[in-house]
Ligand binder design. Structure first.
Ligand code: NAD
Length: 261
């Protein structure tokens, strides 16, 4: 399903995986997109994809965990547009560890990248979102903010907090006609999932073997795609979702609906 984003402007963080999928979906539907990511090579690759398709996506180097960097990205956006209709926070990182072996530095970094960043981008871009008179903010959380596997203490904490922040932001921002929602993906094939598969692979299993196994734990029988998350994000950014705010939508192939017994 596509929605019309002609004349709309969006800012998206995360220049690969779910962020890139959202940026491509929005741009293909007519939006002008500002895409921010920390990895210069991924930014260049995203820019090349956009150029090849003739899409209006400009890629910027930004560290979403760093206030100065986010302020400077917001400044670049404000110099190029006086309105923002959508903000999608998809930059993120996986951090594995228990309470015993997660270091304070790992904890702080995970929460800065996955949680504080969602506040920072919205804070810095708020004046532009306010002007739209009907903007939409989408945070990419995770099923791990609802239920979780072992050894994801900092990650699960960051994602559960994104759910709470989404509600709190939505209640406050409604007076400015800004809707705020999150999505909680199950396993989606992205570089992050491939990294996780590599970490968990044992006994000669390949990343593809692991991803096939992840897929089997989802009732739908496979992992999801960035086209599918892009489509859901675009729906939440569109007028079709005009009465949806303060909620979390799971896109998990039934993963969290299933009991493990
Ligand atoms: N792929 C999945 O199965 C899955 C499931 C649930 C939730 N998520 C969430 O989706 C989001 C996107 O992950 P993905 O799967 O697309 O992985 P990904 O690795 O492809 O994308 C994450 C992007 O964030 C960027 N990034 C990391 N740290 C950054 C920083 N400090 N500043 C700016 N950019 C930074 C990376 O360079 C990368 O481009 C993450 O928040 C992740 O937790 C993913």
């Amino acid at each position: 399903m596509t929605y019309d984003f002609a004349g709309k402007v969006a800012a998206v963080t995360g220049s690969s995986g779910i962020g890139l999928g959202a940026a491509l979906h929005l741009a293909r539907a007519g939006a002008r997109v500002f895409l921010g990511g920390i990895d210069a090579a991924l930014n260049a690759k995203a820019a090349e994809t956009a150029r090849d398709e003739g899409l209006d996506i400009s890629c910027h180097q930004v560290d979403v965990a760093d206030e100065g960097s986010v302020r400077s990205w917001a400044g670049e956006i404000a110099a190029a547009t006086d309105v923002l209709h959508a903000l999608v926070n998809a930059a993120g990182q996986q951090t594995y560890g228990t309470v015993e072996d997660t270091s304070p530095a790992e904890w702080d970094h995970c929460l800065a990248v996955n949680l504080r960043s969602c506040y920072l981008t919205a804070h810095c871009l708020y004046p532009l979102l306010k002007v739209a008179g009907g903007a939409s903010v989408v945070h990419v959380a995770s099923v791990q903010g609802h239920n979780n596997q072992n050894k994801v203490l900092a990650y699960a904490t960051s994602k559960g907090a994104v759910h709470a922040m989404t509600r709190a932001m939505a209640v406050d921002c409604a007076t400015d006609q800004i809707r705020v929602n999150s999505i909680s993906p199950g396993s989606i094939r992205t570089p992050l999932l491939e990294y996780g598969a590599g970490q968990l692979a044992t006994g000669g299993k390949t990343i593809d073997d692991m991803i096939e196994e992840f897929g089997k734990s989802h009732p739908i029988g496979r992992v999801g795609t960035t086209a599918e998350t892009g489509s859901l994000i675009a729906f939440l950014c569109s007028d079709a979702a005009a009465f949806i705010t303060g909620t979390d939508l799971r896109i998990d192939g039934g993963l969290t609906a299933k009991l493990g017994v």
